[in-house]
Design a protein around this ligand. Structure first.
Ligand SMILES: C[S@@+](CC[C@H](N)C(=O)[O-])C[C@H]1O[C@@H](n2cnc3c(N)ncnc32)[C@H](O)[C@@H]1O
Length: 357
């Protein structure tokens, strides 16, 4: 069959061109945002706003010509405001939240950092794609690990204690009384630390096979004052020690694992008989049709570049992908031996599954 390009529909061509130009504008905007974050330009502008490029350059110690061009690109993209009468640049409260409010659930800088890591690691991802081999999580540029934490932590801070844990059957009460919890694929430990702060009577064991992430998690726990009730260890999802955990959690990591069925089976074996396995995964419908929207495109893209290669680098290499959906995830959990699986709650970006023996 093939496609002939002889008879083009000009209207459709223009529409697609417009969309792609919007995407390229976003790609360039993201790159400049990342640079602005690294050079503290947004936080400086938020502080002195409104300001001319001369004032922002003086305040940041950066060359005015570069600052002016960067501000112009941001103004053209609608990321900052420009007043031609005064030649001053400023930020609205909403722009300040998205670009400068570190730790706010709507701040996008961690997300930008994670996307930038995918750009930086493109040669490795292309090689893995060509050969079909895996690309281990540990082989990515460090800004993936920092960006992941920076992006996810505020979302966990906003939802985990107040909405996700209360949606699980009887778990919050156990945590308040004092429970044993294992957090698998904990990365930099933000989920373990947030829970440890909220439930001082409980003990949180964070496990991840990426040593630099575990080192980071230990430091973070010390800084957050929860070293007493957190323990971090370098170990895989199928080998972590301990039995009779009341709760085992896994945040945005099951689909990255080579053998998620084996990870689920080990969780079942490590839980107390009435324990709960909480699986947080990216929000997704069960089919490509349901996931054909901008967030789905972002998740599938990350999945092509990071998640599928990370899984394929491990034993089994099931490569669930970041848009596996509830139906497929439930099959995986049931293959691992769980008999009851339900969607306990969700946010626009995540679904929370509760699995029990
Ligand atoms: C996307 S990150 C999520 C990190 C953390 N849970 C969070 O939400 O910030 C996925 C994590 O899973 C870990 N991981 C992947 N496969 C693993 C395995 N088989 N055993 C242990 N950890 C694993 C990676 O090292 C990485 O830290």
């Amino acid at each position: 069959m093939g496609v002939s390009i002889d008879n083009l529909d000009e209207g459709k061509l223009e529409e697609l061109q417009g969309k792609v130009i919007g995407d390229v504008s976003g790609a360039m905007g993201l790159l400049l945002s990342y640079i602005g974050d690294r050079l503290d330009l947004y936080s400086a502008l938020a502080e002195v706003s409104p300001a001319t490029s001369d004032v922002l350059a003086a305040n940041t110690g950066l060359p005015e010509r570069y600052v002016r061009e960067w501000l112009s690109a941001n103004a053209a993209g609608g990321y900052v405001e420009y007043d031609p009468a005064t030649t001053q640049f400023s930020m609205t409260p909403e722009q300040a939240v998205i670009f400068a409010a570190e730790g706010h659930p709507h701040c996008m800088q961690g997300f930008f950092q994670a996307v930038m890591s995918a750009y930086i690691d493109e040669p490795k991802a292309t090689d893995a794609f060509r050969s079909g081999a895996g690309l281990p999580w540990a082989d990515h540029s460090p800004c993936l690990f920092c960006g992941t934490e920076r992006f996810f932590r505020p979302m966990y801070a906003a939802s985990l204690v107040d909405s996700w844990l209360p949606a699980l059957d009887g778990v919050r009460e156990k945590l308040e009384r004092g429970a044993r919890v294992a957090d698998i694929g904990c990365g930099h430990g933000s989920s373990s630390i947030i829970m440890a702060q909220a439930f001082p009577n409980s003990t949180f064991h964070g496990f991840d096979f990426h040593e630099p992430s575990i080192d980071h998690a230990r430091e973070r726990a010390r800084a957050a004052g929860v070293a007493r009730n957190t323990i971090f260890e370098v170990v895989t999802a199928k080998e972590y020690p301990g039995k009779n955990y009341d709760l085992i959690t896994i945040f945005d990591a099951l689909h990255d694992m080579g053998d998620p069925v084996g990870a689920a089976a080990h969780a079942l074996d490590s839980l107390a008989p009435d324990g709960t396995f909480m699986v947080v995964e990216p929000a997704a419908g069960d089919s490509l049709e349901e996931n054909s929207h901008p967030l789905g495109q972002i998740y599938y893209a990350f999945s092509t570049l990071v998640c599928v290669p990370a899984s394929k680098a491990q034993e089994v290499g099931l490569a669930l992908g970041a848009q596996a959906g509830e139906k497929r995830l439930t099959e995986v959990l049931k293959e691992g031996g769980f008999t009851q699986v339900r969607r306990a709650t969700e946010t626009p970006t995540n679904m929370v599954l509760e699995a029990r023996a």
